[in-house]
Structures are given as structure tokens and as C-alpha cells.
Design a protein around this ligand. Structure first.
Ligand code: ATP
Length: 549
């Protein structure tokens, strides 16, 4: 497929707002793609470059992109920045600049979808001191051969934000429809192989294979997630349940075959080198080939330390030894997904638990099985006394469902509810906050992954944190207008609030009363931010509680 055709499809989809129509449109394209283009197309249309399980990163920020476009369009960098500020969108700015250049140049080599993918592979492979130069060269090559409309989507793809509203759910439905397979089969296969590109290939070539796909070592799957709930409800519904401490650490997935092991973070980054102590503990605890799920916690003098200490270690790339002396991380393993060549994800939790206890002779997180609400409440009180966040209440006959936030796992913890929101912009501060960002614009996501503003947060941020936040965001600025800046999305804030209100002021249709910054969620990616549906649910629940209209 030519990249031009891909760009035209994106343009068309951008103009459609109905979900079914979008799915139909993509479903008609998929069968016509060859084996090479199909998986690339499927990832690109969601704004992603590589398979979800892959730890490869493109690593292109707005600045590098501006440099490449300036070079190709034959303008100064400031002209690119000015166009981005004016249009408020990198894609549109690039399109405009390439259109001006097109009038003066004659030769363009047709870009294929595959050329763009290969270019991205070269960018991701660039390492070390010269990596920025190499990435820039590739970006210049691609933009140099792009027509204006191709430039729009090439730029957005490089920043991994396509803005056409084709989220994972829509693409999954399109694959099922295109190849006439059950959408649940597509969903199951996707959970296990964690790449819709490969799933699309299987759906076309050999749909029976979709039910036979197996989890594979060194291809991380998304973590299974929990919903908030109560002990009483969970026991009333399921009888005997598994109650575990809810640790306030950082989630990890450990893969081991023979002497080789890797550890992946919740965002599926490879963090093995940052946390060698966790790797060592687990290698010493088993001789089997395994995939384990657990939480790494920081411990000092027998008591767990807050999450901030843990995430600092996960991020660390240098001086790991000295950092390790200050904060030791200990794994608490609560699940096993794979054992000696066999996938365990479809087995019930009770069975997985037995395998886990037989396989790992240390670092197994305690689990209590009870159907007695009073006993479960006791465990909850113990958890809090021990310094943990609360408890997880899990359904004993449940499979492991990667990436799903369902009621098979319920989290119970005290205190106020918070939201995880994408930070999409900011306003410059005043007075003591001058020269820094003073308030941050927050967004939820709709079902297509579009980010919709829901409010601003300025409270709860200490001066020290404010300075850190400036460092975190300064290279993410993609547009400026007066006192406001727009960020390349990617950072997630956990935010407290007193109430959710409906509001015409923000595109989401909602606003937060008294929003309060809690922390940066480095362990979460954009696809994990609060969805519009779930915000609406919270709003409805809140209305039920207060009885107000
Ligand atoms: P929160 O914001 O409440 O920490 P979350 O949004 O990070 O939750 P949830 O899936 O809602 O993620 O809560 C489950 C998280 O709790 C897991 O991702 C994991 O990191 C952590 N956790 C701690 N102890 C356990 C446990 N025993 N079983 C499963 N998850 C646990």
C-alpha cells in the first residue's frame, strides 16, 4: 500500500464521527492488504508503530520533528514552531509547510507504507550519542518524500498520536468483521499475543489458530487490572474468595527461560537493568521457566515505603548500585501465567495459585481464602496496619485476562477516589510560579482514544514538585498561544476531586470540583487514563449517593 492511500483513509476517518461507520470503513480496507502491509496498517491506524509487546521505542520528540520539517521545507525552525502554534496541531502545520514547498520542487519518490515502517525501525534502532542525528536523517528522508497530506499523518504517527479516533476496540471489531470471525476470538488472541497486527494476519490466514494462540516468554502481555469495590459485595456474589494485600509498589511481569530473564513494567518497558535486585531474588526463587505477575515494593526496616520510592528505582538508568543501597526492592508475586512451556492464563486462579506455590519457594505474596465477611474485614485491617494500601479480593475460579479491568479482581482501600487523567496542556504561572507551568489541563479519553478536556489542576503541587513538573513537560510543548501551551500527551496525573459536575466548558461535558494533584503516574500510559464512559458512571453513582438531581 502506498502511504498516500493510508493518509487518505486517515483523512476520511477523521471526518467520520460514528463508530460503526469507522469500523465498516476499516473492515473494507483490511482484506485487500498483503501480508506485509496488513499488520503495519493495523498498528498505524491506531497511531502505534510497533507491536504492543515490543519494548522498541521510536523516541521522536516534537523538537526533532520540527528540525526535520524545517530542513525539508527549507524554512527556519521558528517558522515551523509558528505554524504549529497557529494551527494547534503538528500534523496540520507540517501539511501546510510541505504544501508551500511542493510548489517549488519536482521530484518525489513514492512512499510505501513499508518504507515508513522501515524508517521507524531504523529510528528505534538508533542508539548512543549519534542516535539523534540518525533519527533526524531518517525523519528528513521520510518528510522529503511526503506529499502534504502524507506529512500530516507522518508527523502525527511519529509522535504516536494519530487523532483519528481509531482505538483498539474499533480495530478489533473491524478485524472480526473483515475476516468474518467472532470478535471474542479476536479479543482473546489479542490479550495473549498483544499485537493486533499479528492477530489480523491470523484472522485472515487461519482463524482456527486464534483460539490456539499461546502466551510466549519475552513477549509481555498487558497486566490484568481491578475495579474498585467492597468485600461484602464480592463475597455475597462469589462465596469464598481470595483476599490478598494490596501493595503500594510498582507492578512487574517477570519472564524467565533457563538462565535468561527480563522484567517488564506496567507500561511493558524492559526495566531489568534498573532493578537487578528483583531479578536476582526471583532467579534464586525458582529453577523453572515462568512468567510471573507481582508487585515490587520498597522496604525499610521491615515496613513498606511509599510508591514514590519504588518508581524512582524503576526509572533509574545510572548509579543503580548506590540507589539500591538506599532503597531495596522486594518482589511480592501473586500470579503465574506460564510454566515450563505451558500457558496457564485460562486456568482458574485457585489452580494457578497452587502452581505458584509449588514453583516459587520464596517471595510468594500471602493469600487468604475465605467466604466469611468478618474474617475478610480482619485481613483488611491487618493489611492497613502493616502499611499496605488495602486488599485485593479475587474470584477463585477466574482466568487471567490480560489488560482487562473487570470485577474478577476488586480493590478495596480507604480514602477518596482519584482519577488518572492525561495532561494535555498548561498555563504559565504567575508570581512565585512565574517561568514555570502553574496549572495543568487534564483530559479523559473517549472510546476511540481521543483526549477530551475535563478541567485544570493547580492545587496540591508543592514548589519542589512544580520545578520537577517543569522539567518533565518542557520538551513536550508542541504549541503556544498567549499564556497557554499545548503538550504532546504522554504524562498521566492522578488527581483527587470533591465532585464530578456536568459542564459545557469542557469538551468532555464534565468538570471536576476542587481538583487536587496527587502524583504523576509514571507507571501508566495514555491508554490507561479514565474513559468518558467510566467518568459518566462515576457521575451517575455520585448522583445516586447524594440523591441530588
Ligand atoms: P490504584 O490507582 O488503586 O493503585 P491502579 O489504577 O494502579 O490502582 P488497579 O488495577 O486499579 O491499578 O489496582 C490494582 C493494582 O494494584 C495493580 O495494578 C497492582 O499494581 C497493584 N497490586 C498490589 N497488590 C496486588 C495484588 N495482590 N494483586 C494484584 N494487584 C496488586
Amino acid at each position: 500500500m502506498q502511504f498516500l492511500e493510508f493518509a487518505r483513509i486517515c483523512e476520511h476517518l477523521e471526518g467520520i464521527s460514528g463508530r460503526l461507520e469507522m469500523i465498516e470503513e476499516v473492515a473494507t480496507v483490511l482484506p485487500g492488504l498483503d501480508e506485509t502491509d496488513l499488520p503495519i496498517f493495523v498498528r498505524f491506524i491506531m497511531g502505534r508503530t510497533f507491536p504492543d509487546w515490543s519494548t522498541r521505542k521510536l523516541g521522536v520528540g516534537p523538537n526533532l520533528l520540527y528540525d526535520a520539517v524545517a530542513y525539508v521545507a527549507g524554512v527556519k525552525r521558528e517558522t515551523v514552531v509558528e505554524a504549529v502554534n497557529r494551527t494547534g496541531d503538528v500534523g496540520l502545520a507540517v501539511e501546510e509547510l510541505l504544501a508551500k514547498k511542493e510548489q517549488t520542487s519536482f521530484f518525489i519518490q513514492e512512499l510505501e507504507l513499508l518504507d515508513v515502517y522501515r524508517g521507524f525501525e531504523r529510528m528505534a534502532a538508533a542508539e548512543g550519542q549519534r542516535s539523534q542525528r540518525e533519527k533526524l536523517r531518517v525523519a528528513e528522508g521520510l518528510f522529503g518524500n511526503a506529499r502534504p497530506i502524507e506529512g500530516r499523518y507522518l508527523a502525527r504517527l511519529m509522535l504516536e498520536e494519530l487523532r483519528i479516533g481509531m482505538g483498539e476496540g474499533n480495530v478489533r471489531d473491524a478485524i472480526a468483521r473483515a475476516f468474518g470471525v467472532d470478535v471474542h476470538l479476536v479479543e482473546h488472541a489479542q490479550q495473549v499475543i498483544n499485537d493486533l497486527g499479528e492477530v489480523a494476519l491470523l484472522a485472515r490466514k487461519n482463524p482456527e489458530e486464534l483460539s490456539r494462540v499461546r502466551i510466549r516468554p519475552f513477549r509481555p502481555v498487558k497486566m490484568m487490572l481491578a475495579q474498585a469495590g467492597t468485600i461484602a459485595d464480592q463475597i455475597a456474589e462469589h462465596g469464598t474468595v481470595a483476599v490478598e494485600y494490596k501493595y503500594d509498589g510498582s507492578r512487574f511481569q517477570f519472564h524467565k527461560v533457563g538462565e535468561r530473564c527480563r522484567i517488564y513494567s506496567r507500561k511493558l518497558e524492559d526495566v531489568t537493568e534498573s532493578i537487578p535486585d528483583v531479578a536476582r531474588h526471583l532467579m534464586e526463587a525458582t529453577g523453572h521457566d515462568v512468567i510471573l505477575d507481582g508487585e515490587a515494593i520498597a522496604v525499610r526496616e521491615g515496613r513498606p515505603m511509599p510508591f514514590q520510592y519504588v518508581i524512582r528505582r524503576f526509572r533509574r538508568k545510572h548509579e543503580i548500585d548506590s540507589m539500591m543501597e538506599q532503597i531495596e526492592l522486594v518482589p511480592q508475586v501473586f500470579d503465574i501465567l506460564y510454566l515450563d512451556g505451558e500457558s496457564l492464563v485460562d486456568r482458574p486462579l485457585s489452580e494457578r495459585r497452587r502452581y505458584l506455590e509449588e514453583t516459587l519457594h520464596d517471595h510468594v505474596a500471602p493469600q487468604f481464602q475465605t467466604g466469611d465477611p468478618a474474617r475478610a474485614e480482619e485481613i483488611y485491617a491487618d493489611a492497613l496496619n502493616l502499611g499496605h494500601e488495602g486488599v485485593m479480593v479475587k474470584v477463585l475460579d477466574s482466568p487471567y485476562t490480560p489488560g482487562v479491568r473487570g470485577r474478577l479482581w476488586v480493590k478495596v482501600k480507604p480514602g477518596v477516589e482519584t482519577l488518572d487523567l492525561a495532561v494535555i496542556g498548561a498555563e504559565w504561572g504567575e508570581g512565585r510560579r512565574a517561568g514555570m507551568f502553574g496549572s495543568f489541563l487534564l483530559a479523559v479519553q473517549d472510546e476511540g482514544g481521543r483526549l477530551l478536556p475535563v478541567g485544570k489542576v493547580a492545587t496540591g503541587i508543592t514548589d519542589e514538585v512544580l520545578a520537577d513538573l517543569y522539567d518533565l513537560f518542557k520538551d513536550r510543548v508542541i504549541a503556544r498561544s498567549g499564556k497557554e501551551v499545548t503538550f504532546e500527551p504522554g504524562v498521566v496525573f492522578e488527581v483527587g476531586y470533591s465532585e464530578i459536575q456536568t459542564s459545557p466548558n469542557y469538551e468532555s461535558g464534565y468538570a471536576l470540583r476542587f481538583p487536587r494533584f496527587v502524583r504523576v503516574r509514571d507507571d501508566k500510559s495514555l491508554d490507561e487514563v479514565e474513559t468518558l464512559d467510566s467518568l459518566a458512571e462515576r457521575y451517575a453513582r455520585q448522583k445516586g449517593q447524594t440523591g441530588s438531581a
